[in-house]
Design a protein around this ligand. Structure first.
Ligand SMILES: [Zn+2]
Length: 319
């Protein structure tokens, strides 16, 4: 019986210790706009910054990470016309399927980009936005779009160009540099667009890049995504090619080939948007190497409401 007290003491000491040491993923933003504009606007700046932090926190809640990982994103104003926002993260220029800097940092703890930011996100603040949880008629859901853009930096992005060239712009049909995402891009029958052994684009598949919507276009054939969706997932492959959008989005939502809304649709309606990763998108992220938590707290209700409000309004492209 003498051992009981020390054991209890040990347990009571371990529990808070274990909780405090729980690994987490944090997005840290450098707000790069000049003083008085964009994220540093005198009036709206603090609201915009807080909304981005909130969206990033929601997204981060989906990931189990091995240690405490801080991803740094340069966030500023950019884009014109119908574009709402864009984002990216560099990849190493070596032939093969490469992770983004953000992806590699989360998966391995290694920082491939040294002291520079791990990714970049640009927002077109000339578009109408709402930043909180209450939709404003005719305005776009900033937090939903921010989650979408940050998911691109995680590696939900293709490096295949309209000519079948990769990130290093080698002659189509030659070994090139691709994203991890590209490893899983196929035609509707599951034939890869990039040869997994030679890292060369299969030039007989050029028509697939603009063969959508439907069975003539691109599909994502990662095993986790296929299992979650119940088949290969159609990828946005319109004709003509849309630079920055083709290949990097699910062909879903109103007007899309798949009659279902996804966070990673190529365009979004005004009103409350999705602020959640669907189970299909969680599958994509598992295929990209992540350990994904199925249901972080407090996203389900917003997601359901968003599905109802997305249907009719004007849609804008987002890169
Ligand atoms: Zn996008």
């Amino acid at each position: 019986m003498k051992r009981t007290v020390p054991l209890l003491a040990l347990v009571s000491w371990l529990l808070p210790g274990a909780s405090a040491a729980q690994a987490s993923l944090v997005f840290n933003f450098n707000f790069t706009d000049p003083s008085g504009s964009g994220f540093n606007d005198a009036t709206l700046g603090p609201t915009r910054q807080a909304a981005l932090e909130s969206a990033a926190s929601t997204l981060a809640g989906y990931f189990n990470v091995a240690g405490n990982v801080t991803v740094t994103i340069d966030a500023g104003s950019g884009g014109s016309g119908n574009t709402l926002a864009s984002a990216g993260s560099p990849i190493p220029l070596a032939n093969g399927f490469q992770p983004t800097v953000v992806q590699d940092k989360i998966l391995t703890g290694t920082d491939l980009n040294g002291s520079a930011a791990d990714g970049t996100m640009l927002v077109n603040f000339t578009q109408p936005w709402f930043y909180g949880n209450t939709p404003v008629s005719g305005s776009y859901d900033f937090q939903s779009v921010a989650m979408h853009e940050l998911t691109h930096t995680l590696g939900f992005i293709s490096e295949i160009s309209s000519t079948g060239q990769g990130a290093a712009n080698q002659t189509s049909g030659s070994p090139d540099v691709w994203s991890t995402f590209d490893r899983f891009l196929t035609d509707s029958a599951g034939n890869p667009l990039v040869n997994p052994s030679t890292f060369a684009f299969d030039t007989s598949k050029l028509g697939v890049l603009t063969g959508g919507p439907g069975s003539g276009g691109m599909f994502f054939s990662g095993p986790n995504a296929v299992a979650a969706f119940g088949g290969r997932v159609a990828i946005f492959s319109p004709n003509p090619w849309q630079q920055g959008s083709s290949g990097s989005h699910i062909d879903g939502g109103p007007g899309g080939y798949i009659n279902e809304a996804f966070l990673m649709d190529p365009s979004v309606s005004s009103g409350l948007g999705l602020r959640a990763l669907t189970t299909t998108e969680q599958g994509f992220l598992r295929d990209l190497g992540y350990s994904v938590v199925p249901e972080p707290a407090a996203t389900g209700l917003i997601s359901a409401v968003g599905l109802l409000l997305c249907a009719a309004a004007h849609r804008r492209l987002r890169a």
